[in-house]
Design a protein around this ligand. Structure first.
Ligand code: ZN
Length: 192
């Protein structure tokens, strides 16, 4: 009887562990680790942007807390499908080629990849990642340390289970204080 119970317990734990591993919410996404053509099934519209339903409560709390500190934040980008990324990455590559026509497409792609993910390699494909900007500079992308929202997110994003994916001292991409990825609270802080 004890042995049976033990095996049942192990089985349950294994199933739970498998479920967590196969849920990309927990998965590291990087320049070398791709999501393939994964598409989340719980996308809803929030403040006009598509995001994963599971992050709505924490994102709401974050925006409300910022407001109490005198900042008006809003998400300007959320879920990006695989096909959307194909188009975006091509657009950036074409722009680099236009700037410097002597580059090969491969070289232009490599430059674009310093600030833009290749298709399948963007955390935005998870649905649990948003770019959030502030009214103080008219919702422009800026990592200027003098902007209040930059230091506010640095200090407070973690309180709401969000993490700045590309920090100042990171190596994968340039510093992007506005790009925050959500992790389930029991998983926070996420493993590197
Ligand atoms: Zn982003």
């Amino acid at each position: 009887m004890m042995i049976k119970r033990y095996f049942f317990f192990v089985l349950i734990i294994s199933v739970l562990m498998y479920a967590q591993q196969s849920d990309p919410t927990y998965k590291k996404v990087s320049k070398t680790i791709s999501l393939g053509e994964y598409a989340p099934q719980d996308i809803v519209m929030f403040m006009g942007k598509p995001i994963s339903k599971r992050i709505v409560p924490d994102l709401k709390r974050l925006i409300k807390a910022a407001k109490q500190d005198g900042l008006t934040l809003k998400p300007v980008s959320g879920y990006r499908s695989y096909s959307h990324q194909v188009k975006t990455f091509k657009r950036w590559t074409d722009r680099e080629l236009k700037k410097n026509p002597r580059l090969t497409r491969k070289q232009a792609e490599a430059i674009a990849n310093t600030y833009s993910a290749r298709p399948g390699h963007s955390e935005h494909q998870l649905g649990t990642t948003v770019d959030i900007l502030s009214s103080e500079n008219n919702y422009k992308f800026s990592s200027d340390q003098k902007l209040k929202y930059v230091s506010w997110l640095e200090k407070n994003a973690g309180r709401f289970n969000f993490k700045i994916s590309f920090p100042k001292d990171g190596t994968e991409y340039v510093y992007e204080p506005w790009h925050i990825r959500w992790y389930p609270s029991k998983w926070y802080p996420p493993k590197k």
